[in-house]
Design a protein around this ligand. Structure first.
Ligand SMILES: Cc1cc2nc3c(=O)[nH]c(=O)nc-3n(C[C@H](O)[C@H](O)[C@H](O)COP(=O)(O)OP(=O)(O)OC[C@H]3O[C@@H](n4cnc5c(N)ncnc54)[C@H](O)[C@@H]3O)c2cc1C
Length: 506
């Protein structure tokens, strides 16, 4: 087992064991590749679905689609599965596809530097160094909890935690709780904790667009059908996929968006009768500009007598209270931060150093960019999964992950077949690709919808989202396009006396 022996060198090192890392590892094994390792900082697999254990946590894309295409699960209990089932599913995949022996747990990647002389990655981890020919960064788009920059945040003397690090030892029964943030996690856990707490102050910066949820338990005959006749589940998956692709029209066309806004506005009207509360909860920006949230429980929870929505924003946290922008102060025992993640400023960017000794964070300057969301000029043999501009607002990220995995596998196969030691995307190919992405983003709701969101980086640039339908992404990544790359071979370079530098073979 990889876990038990000291590692010095592997062909492929993968950072992370969420959907991306596990999917990559499974792909490698299916191609007969065993010379790889998964480096995981935690003591278990699962990424997002290991870390987010807050009450009510579940996916908001149907499970038939939010799962690997090659591993359908006929046993989902409901159409949108709870966290524990998704985690069990990932564990099952890791076991079934023989990935577990390749994982090094409790091993955080602290740095990775490209060594151009040896043409490999030198990786520093919390359990020692290793080298790898190829590095796959699958560290997750939403794996680093983000806290707001509020004066006094460290002075709070009660219990405070982030939704992605839920403190299950802390009993909320009878507590006075402040929830900060009203995003995808908060709308799931607030209805769960509301009946237990004494007082719940929900601090909202911007109200989300909330649509009715279609979650329902799967009937036993449906599960039997999927078990006995797997094509039925594949057909369901395909139907969900194409139905969700239609949402893209709404991101790209304001008239369609305005028409569809009637759905959440009706939802709000039906569930919230108090005009003042309804006013607070009515978004003042175009739907889709921030993630659209499906729930039937959020609004009813906010109407309960022990709940207050504070729409003023926070200016300060004191040892026992939270202060809103209008100067009002709420005494609380507990603060739960539902404030999201570092999405466009991923910490791994500070840890990866390229050919010229610069970190990705230095090169990106706050705006992540890559070629096809996967490779970066100046960083040979590095592949991102769920890298820049691969995030989605409307469908399953697993579709993007599988597209990228196919591309990386083809790249590795190309390197092997052509005898190349390194693959590096050409600067001009990367620039042209990103210019195209910018053009595609220009007329979307994300940049013109009148909101601030985690999709947009500190420079006001969309560096998180893929800006259109997902099937063109899959088509673009179907094959490794070697014309966009420089392939180098040390052996060939050494053999060519007239050109002592490395030889480009593309
Ligand atoms: C609450 C929640 C609900 C979501 N629901 C949906 C949904 O319904 N549909 C959807 O499409 N997406 C959803 N997402 C997005 C979700 O993050 C992705 O769908 C998917 O799980 C990402 O998988 P991943 O493997 O890329 O990243 P992750 O699952 O985040 O895994 C990354 C792994 O890398 C490890 N890691 C990170 N840095 C290092 C390091 N330096 N060294 C070693 N290991 C490291 C982490 O510990 C983690 O295990 C949700 C996210 C959250 C937080």
């Amino acid at each position: 087992m990889t876990q038990n022996r000291p590692l010095t060198h592997v062909r492929v090192a993968i950072v992370g064991t969420g959907f991306s890392g596990l999917g990559m590892a499974i792909g490698l094994r299916q191609r007969g590749e065993e010379d790889f390792v998964l480096l995981e900082r935690a003591g278990d697999i699962g990424g997002t679905w290991r870390d987010n254990t807050y009450p009510g946590c579940r996916c908001d894309v149907p499970s038939h689609l939010y799962s690997f295409s090659f591993a359908p699960n006929p046993n989902w209990s409901s159409t949108f599965s709870p966290q524990s089932e998704i985690l069990d599913y990932l564990r099952d995949c890791a076991e079934r596809f023989g990935v577990m022996p390749h994982i090094r747990f409790d091993t955080e990647v602290e740095g990775a530097a490209w060594n151009d002389d040896q043409q490999l990655w030198r990786i520093e981890t919390s359990t020692g160094p290793l080298t790898a020919n190829f590095l796959v960064a699958a560290q997750g788009p939403l794996s680093e909890p983000s806290l707001p920059e509020v004066p006094g945040i460290d002075s709070f003397e009660g219990t405070a935690f982030h939704s992605g690090q839920w403190d299950h030892d802390h009993d909320l029964t009878g507590a006075r709780v402040a929830v900060i943030g009203t995003g995808a996690s908060a709308i799931q856990f607030v209805p769960e904790i509301q009946p237990r707490v004494r007082r719940l102050h929900v601090f909202q910066r911007t109200p989300p667009w909330v649509i009715p949820h279609r979650n329902r338990p799967l009937k036993s005959w449906e599960r039997t059908l999927y078990r006995l006749f797997p094509p039925a589940q594949l057909a369901m998956r395909a139907a969900i996929y194409w139905a969700r692709e239609l949402f893209v029209l709404q991101f790209r066309n304001r008239a369609v968006g305005r028409l569809l806004e009637r759905i959440p506005l009706t939802h709000l009207r039906r569930q919230v009768k108090d005009p003042e509360l309804r006013r607070k909860l009515t978004p003042g920006y175009a739907m889709g500009c921030k993630r659209i949230l499906p729930t039937d429980e959020w609004y009813p929870a906010l109407t309960k007598p022990n709940v207050e929505v504070v729409a003023e924003g926070i200016t300060e946290i004191r040892p026992h209270s939270v202060v809103a922008a209008d100067g009002s102060e709420r005494e609380v025992d507990t603060i739960v931060f539902g404030t999201g993640f570092h999405v466009t400023d991923v910490p791994i960017a500070d840890r990866i150093t390229g050919r010229d000794g610069r970190t990705l964070a230095d090169v990106w300057q706050g705006s992540m960019h890559a070629y096809k969301g996967t490779t970066v000029a100046g960083y040979p043999n590095l592949f991102f999964l769920v890298g820049p501009n691969t995030g989605l607002g409307h469908t399953s990220i697993v579709f993007m992950i599988e597209s990228q995995i196919a591309y990386v596998l083809d790249a590795l196969g190309t390197a092997r077949r052509s005898g190349a030691d390194t693959l590096e995307v050409r600067e001009d190919a990367q620039s042209a690709y990103n210019a195209e992405l910018d053009r595609m983003t220009n007329d979307t709701v994300w940049v013109s919808g009148g909101c601030t969101s985690y999709y947009i980086d500190r420079n006001g640039h969309n560096s998180a989202l893929w800006p259109t339908f997902t099937w063109p992404f899959r088509r673009r990544l179907r094959e490794f396009d070697r014309a966009a790359y420089v392939l180098r071979s040390r052996a060939r370079a050494a053999a060519d006396e007239r050109e002592p530098a490395a030889v480009a073979t593309a």
